[in-house]
Design a protein around this ligand. Structure first.
Ligand code: PRT
Ligand code: ZN
Length: 288
């Protein structure tokens, strides 16, 4: 026991690289971790435990790990008692019901009497119960998408992100069961070691700063002095823009942090107001 916060991360899979990238952006110096079960961070009181994603909710619930990064789909399937501390904005996917292209499914009631193959029996069962549906459930641990063509099931209930797997297996989406993304979880119970709470709050503060920075950009431009009022009205800045004098007297430089997605909506208005030399830069961290 070294007093470090123990964070469980998927050992090898879709969430591994993104989880480690997020931690690196939080300033954590992660050494080469290949094939190691536990890695201690040199410049932060944190140990990373590399585990199968299916085990992470239970390990966090039982206190083997203090916190973990895992998909919401796994948490709900495992029905563990854990607290979601932060949604992390990656690993986005949906659990959906799909059926062969040449079949029809008009309304949700048409699921009655059907056979559905899935690796998510608990989530599917609660969806069926909530909608008062009576369908037969077949649990498969993988390759769920081939179940209809093998004649094993009428439908599947599986994770989809791009939809390519459905297309390649001639399947069509019918109903969405739920949306998922990677989240940071902790146990429902308070930590016994108060210092771990301090470490968790520090890492959460850093994660939130990285996440806000991802959706924000730094906008810079030069404008004619007399356009200032107009330009300030156009910019959807998070805080009041910075205005700087330039060597050329009739010009001003304006800098602002804006929500990234608004850039293309305001660019024409900025140009019409006389803005020139417009630059949009990424932000690594943003402390509000
Ligand atoms: O070995 P371990 O048990 O740790 O990993 P795993 O194989 O169980 O999980 P992994 O690495 O495949 O996925 C980890 C997590 O990533 C999942 O629990 C989800 O939260 C999330 N995620 C995001 C996905 C997908 N996108 C995804 N597309 N998980 C699985 N898929 C699979 C899906 O099951 C289907 O087979 O990809 C296929 C569909 O993808 P598209 O792009 O063709 O629609
Ligand atoms: Zn898994």
């Amino acid at each position: 026991m070294n007093g470090n916060l123990k964070l469980a991360v998927q050992k090898k899979g879709r969430l591994t690289d993104k989880s480690l990238e997020l931690l690196r952006l939080c300033g954590l110096d992660i050494e080469n971790y290949s094939e190691r079960l536990v890695v201690s961070i040199r410049n932060f009181p944190l140990d990373i435990l590399f585990l199968r994603d299916d085990d992470i909710p239970e390990y966090v619930q039982d206190g083997v790990a203090d916190v973990g990064i895992v998909g919401e789909n796994v948490i709900f399937e495992k029905q563990t008692e854990v607290k979601i501390q932060e949604k992390l904005g990656f690993g986005r996917c949906s659990l959906i019901l799909a059926h062969p292209n040449d079949k029809e499914l008009k309304e949700i009631g048409d699921l009655n009497g059907k056979t559905i193959a899935t690796s998510y029996p608990r989530i599917l069962k609660s969806f069926l119960d909530k909608n008062k549906l009576d369908a037969k459930l077949i649990e498969l641990s993988g390759s769920v998408e081939i179940a209809p063509s093998l004649g094993v099931a009428d439908l599947i209930c599986d994770i989809v992100s791009t939809g390519n797997t459905l297309m390649m297996n001639k399947l069509k989406k019918s109903f969405k069961v739920f949306d998922s993304e990677a989240v940071l979880i902790s146990s429902e119970k308070e930590f016994e070691d108060a210092n771990k709470k301090v470490i968790l709050n520090d890492i959460l503060k850093r994660i939130r700063s990285v996440l806000t920075a991802r959706t924000s950009k730094y906008l810079m431009m030069n404008i004619p002095k007399d356009s200032l009022e107009k330009v300030v009205r156009i910019i959807p800045a998070l805080k009041s823009p910075t205005v700087l004098h330039l060597a050329e007297e009739h010009l001003l430089a304006v800098h602002a942090v804006i929500p990234a997605k608004t850039f293309w909506d305001i660019i024409d208005d900025l140009k019409a107001a006389g803005a020139s030399g417009i630059l949009l830069l990424p932000i690594e961290n943003l402390i509000q």
